[in-house]
Write a protein that binds this ligand. Structure first.
Ligand SMILES: Cc1cc2nc3c(=O)[nH]c(=O)nc-3n(C[C@H](O)[C@H](O)[C@H](O)COP(=O)(O)O)c2cc1C
Length: 297
């Protein structure tokens, strides 16, 4: 494709590859992982190579990687090999600076709870403590560790099974469920960038699995090729369960404004004008009306 840089990952340095991967695959949630070594020394470090991969069994995976600069391993990885337990604490905006401090490469045996000023609370089922300030903490047993390589930059997947969950009640909504708006979670981007999932950043999309949308391929060709309607507009239209019926199309066809547009001979101009009217309806969340207007042509 024109104006695209195509890269063979084997042709660039690990540092350059790391930079591309971490900037592109973002935002990433942050696991603030508490672990303990066989002598009882506590460790706390953040990892954004992290996600949930299963609900039954409940599995979280994070990856303390081998350091790119000297191929050494991280204390968290060493600890879970000695004691197969971890608490994965979820990070929100109120704790983001202290969380960052825990990523300092302190010597082995240094307790980052103390360094960052976090409060340890004993866990119920496992030895590593949890972070009192975290909105949610998952006590986990490490079922498996998958080492992805032996060179600097290689990840180590810590496959962690949740055995106890702690949720602070202040983050629940009136329905008793965890409330995304209250959580104010943060995520890691490339370089030193973070993002904050506060109210301004949040938006909802109705789940397409509830209804089977007609699909973009069933929209009229002039709509698919529109210069006015965006990819997001097409996605919303394609998510509508059925094509508009004759009654709703005719209702719009009888409108004076639409009638005069339909008389335009130049189809490019005609389509553009119709698309602009439909776009206005989409902006006001009148999805079905927008689709009926588009089917008038
Ligand atoms: C937000 C954030 C996310 C991070 N994610 C990772 C990660 O996914 N994998 C990794 O190896 N290091 C990651 N780091 C760096 C480690 O936290 C850092 O190397 C830490 O000192 C490791 O501590 P440990 O040796 O005590 O386990 C991250 C740092 C920050 C601040």
């Amino acid at each position: 494709m024109k104006n695209t840089t195509t890269i063979d990952p084997n042709s660039i340095s690990t540092a350059a590859l790391h930079q591309i991967l971490l900037t592109a695959v973002a935002p990433r949630p942050i696991a603030l992982a508490s672990t303990i070594d066989k002598n009882g020394n506590i460790n706390l470090s953040p990892f954004s190579f992290f996600n949930v991969f299963s609900a039954n069994p409940p599995i979280l995976i994070f990856s303390p990687a081998r350091r790119g600069r000297d191929n050494t391993t991280k204390h968290t990885y060493e600890n879970v090999k000695e004691v197969n337990e971890t608490v994965i604490n979820i990070v929100n905006y109120a704790m983001v600076e202290q969380m960052s401090l825990t990523s300092t490469e302190y010597d082995k045996g240094v307790n980052e709870f103390a360094k960052a000023g976090f409060t340890p609370i004993p866990s119920e089922k496992i030895k590593p403590p949890r972070v009192a300030e975290a909105p949610i903490s998952f006590e986990c047993v490490v079922d498996n560790i998958i080492e992805l390589g032996t060179k600097g930059g290689a990840g180590n997947l810590i496959i962690s099974r949740v055995v106890t969950i702690h949720i602070k009640d202040e983050y629940k909504g009136v329905n008793g469920k965890l409330d995304t708006k209250k959580l104010d979670l943060v995520a890691r981007m490339g370089a030193n960038w973070y993002t904050r999932a506060n109210e301004n950043a949040l938006f909802e999309i109705p789940k397409p699995t509830l209804t089977k949308g007609i699909g973009v391929d069933k929209l009229p060709l002039h709509v698919i090729n529109s210069e006015i309607l965006s990819g997001n507009d097409l996605g919303r239209l394609g998510n509508i369960a059925q094509k508009p019926n004759a009654i709703s199309i005719n209702k719009w066809k009888s409108e004076k404004k639409i009638q005069s547009i339909l008389k335009i001979l130049d189809s490019k101009i005609k389509h553009k004008k119709i698309h602009l009217i439909a776009k206005k309806q989409l902006k006001n969340n009148n999805l079905e009306e927008a689709l009926s207007i588009l089917f008038c042509v």
